[in-house]
Design a protein around this ligand. Structure first.
Ligand code: FPP
Length: 231
């Protein structure tokens, strides 16, 4: 995308839906779709960084996915997480990026949780580009967790104090949420933070969501008029 006057979102949220259907169309197991999805996610993160987007948050596993997907599929996803975080984080950091994880890691296999925490710790506190992984993430449990923390501390919260207790503390609100795969919902993804986000839905299944498809979402965002409740 070369148009100089394009208005870029600072923070994009990405719901990577459609891996299972993409695999089914090829008579392959769902894990094949998730692997293709991971490769596409890697490509899109590089593309987003090159465009000048500062934050990309990818929905890699929801709280509902963790409690309801077959164990075999979850094991396949954990294998992908191990593969990705063991081999990609250093490369990202060398390119001026960092990773951040949001979600409840305590319910993940211990080695995966440790790998995710160590990956985050190995990154600088600030970077030109932040790739955020939402893993065992859901806004409903994020809000409950924040409320319980406040109750334990006997704190009465204002919005600033509340936001400090969210996993997303320190991240700007998303400006644009993209969902691939044809469904028109947010599925518990950044629903508090996305109060004023622009929403973009694509029918394309995630493994087929090319850099060009991503650019279409950015161009559409650029055309939207954002008023944030103002006239
Ligand atoms: C939803 O598609 C996608 C997921 C539940 C998993 C997304 C995960 C990845 C793309 C891999 C990410 C990898 C790393 C390293 C973070 P679906 O399976 O629900 O698709 P369907 O609606 O077609 O069944």
């Amino acid at each position: 995308m070369t148009t100089p006057e394009i208005k870029l979102p600072k923070h994009v949220g990405l719901i990577m839906d459609g891996n299972g259907r993409w695999a089914k169309l090829r008579h392959m197991p769902r894990s094949f779709g998730h692997n293709a999805g991971m490769n596409r996610m890697i490509g899109l993160a590089e593309h987003a960084q090159k465009l000048g987007i500062k934050y990309l948050t990818v929905y890699a596993l929801s709280t509902e996915n963790l409690s309801s997907r077959p164990q075999e599929e979850l094991d396949g996803l954990f294998t992908l997480f191990r593969k990705y975080f063991k081999s990609n984080v250093k490369k990202l950091v060398s390119k001026g990026a960092r990773v951040k994880i949001i979600g409840d890691l305590t319910a993940l296999p211990e080695d995966v949780a440790k790998l995710l925490e160590d990956s985050e710790k190995a990154c600088p506190d600030t970077a030109g580009f932040t790739l955020v992984f939402a893993i065992n993430y859901g806004t409903r449990s994020e809000i409950l967790r924040a409320c319980n923390l406040a109750v334990e501390r006997g704190e009465k919260l204002d919005s600033e104090g509340f936001e400090k207790l969210l996993y997303t503390h320190g991240l700007p609100d998303p400006d644009l949420i993209i969902r691939t795969g044809g469904e028109l919902r947010l599925s518990n993804f950044l629903t508090y933070q996305a109060a004023y986000a622009e929403l973009y839905f694509s029918d394309v299944l995630f493994p087929d969501f090319t850099d060009g498809e991503f650019d279409k979402a950015i161009e559409e965002f650029s055309r939207r008029e954002r008023r944030f409740g103002n006239v």
